[in-house]
Write a protein that binds this ligand. Structure first.
Ligand SMILES: Cc1cc2nc3c(=O)[nH]c(=O)nc-3n(C[C@H](O)[C@H](O)[C@H](O)COP(=O)(O)OP(=O)(O)OC[C@H]3O[C@@H](n4cnc5c(N)ncnc54)[C@H](O)[C@@H]3O)c2cc1C
Length: 391
């Protein structure tokens, strides 16, 4: 499978002034461009590559809504509506399939029950062992390690290989929108973006360049503690009976997302996983998988943090993740068809970087690995003035 081809890169830069210039054609930039179009604004999107190849096409395509908490939950819920709007306009695959959290111990199930008690039985639908087994495509006599699980129906799925390229294509077809590919931004000042193809002018400028903010505004990136988080991913052939479009999450996912980690049994779960699978915690694993429309499955992931990412992918980490995914699927092994490394912006200092770096110039990076989830919520909040910059 290849990433959908983006529109021609030879689009001329607009000579006039757009209402908004967005730098970066990842999902954060594109969601803002879609929201701007929705509000009748003219937009220029400037992207250094010839098509989206960043974090936004390398992920699971999981809009992980229910597992968020606090302000991020509100943004995620808002984002869901934005995704559905954009999917309808741009013709994206976006099934409202939810997420299935698999419980393989009483402690894992306890976390899910506690989340159900907090959010209600509609938002967190507990599932029996057999319901989970059936959803995973496991034979009736191969479910002994399953205890139960929960369906989180609000979660959305998209195809990460398709979403950003197709949104960019849809945007380029809208009046008042230019998408300039192969155009590297070298500097920004009030009203002007300097690029490798000349200046682009805009009333407002939004920098959605993820971790690469440290190339344009190193001091701002350092002040927020931006690092690069590197993740191991693989695409595998699906076992024939595995058919669900729901994202499948496991115990290590429950150690990752705030919605789960705030539950009373989460501490006990960490102790339990430390006892039986310390190697998963060593690579900061979030063992999860999602099925693409062609039936293949995206499997990941691990997390390694550094200012500049190491380019070498550790085979042992990929094998560990695949072994664990195979266990959850109830198969002996899975056949890999692709491997890759994803990189996203991360920070220990907060989930979002929102900084006004010059008059009319805002930098916005998601620094918590949930940019697919938050993108459209952030865009709506930006235009409503509800997203406040930190000093
Ligand atoms: C393996 C993996 C799994 C993930 N899973 C999930 C998930 O299931 N759910 C979820 O919500 N999130 C997930 N994420 C996180 C999510 O993918 C990111 O948070 C999100 O894609 C960030 O979007 P972005 O637009 O900021 O970044 P990007 O997609 O990286 O886009 C930034 C763009 O800016 C461009 N750019 C940079 N510098 C310049 C410049 N100087 N001039 C012009 N253009 C420039 C880049 O070329 C790039 O296209 C995952 C990430 C990875 C890597």
């Amino acid at each position: 499978m290849s990433i959908a081809t983006a529109p021609s890169p030879s689009v001329a830069l607009p000579g006039g002034r757009s209402d908004l210039v967005v730098v970066g054609a990842g999902i954060v930039g594109l969601a803002h461009a879609v929201e701007a179009v929705r509000r009748g604004l003219s937009v220029t999107v400037v992207e250094r590559d010839r098509r989206p190849v960043g974090a936004s096409v390398r992920n699971f395509g999981h809009c992980c809504i229910t597992a968020q908490r606090g302000d991020l939950l509100g943004l995620a819920e808002r984002s869901r509506a934005g995704w559905l709007f954009a999917a309808a306009r741009a013709g994206l695959w976006a099934p409202e399939a939810g997420a299935l959290v698999v419980a393989r111990s009483a402690t894992e199930l306890a976390v899910l029950e506690e989340l159900r008690d907090e959010r209600g039985a509609d938002a967190v639908r507990l599932r029996t062992r057999d319901e989970v087994g059936t959803a995973l495509g496991r034979a009736a006599d191969a479910r002994d390690d399953l205890v139960g699980g929960a369906l989180l129906p609000a979660d959305l799925r998209v195809n990460p290989r398709e979403a950003a390229p197709r949104l960019a294509q849809w945007l380029a077809e809208q009046p008042g929108v230019t998408v300039a590919w192969g155009t590297n931004v070298t500097g920004v000042e009030q009203g002007t973006v300097h690029t490798s193809r000349g200046p682009v002018h805009g009333e407002q400028i939004l920098l959605c360049v993820g971790h690469d903010l440290d190339r344009l505004y190193p001091a701002e990136a350092e002040a927020h503690g931006i690092e690069r988080c590197r993740l191991s991913m693989a695409r595998v052939e699906a076992p024939a009976a595995f058919r669900t479009d729901a994202a499948v999450l496991t115990a290590t996912s429950m150690l990752r997302y705030d919605g789960f980690t705030a539950m009373p049994s989460a501490g006990r779960l960490r102790t339990e996983v430390t006892g039986h699978s310390p190697e998963l915690l060593d690579v900061v694993a979030n063992v999860m998988f999602t099925r693409l429309p062609d039936g293949t499955v995206l499997v990941g992931d691990s997390h390694a943090y550094d200012a500049t990412e190491i380019p070498f992918q550790d085979e042992a980490t990929t094998e560990l993740l695949l072994r664990e995914a195979a266990r959850v699927l109830g198969v002996r092994d899975v056949r890999i068809t692709e491997r890759w490394q994803g990189v996203y912006a991360s920070s220990a200092n907060g989930p979002l970087l929102v900084r006004d770096v010059a008059p009319g110039v805002r930098a916005l990076s998601v620094t918590s690995g949930i940019g697919m989830t938050l993108s459209f919520g952030l865009a709506a909040a930006t235009f409503d003035g509800a997203l406040h910059a930190t000093a």
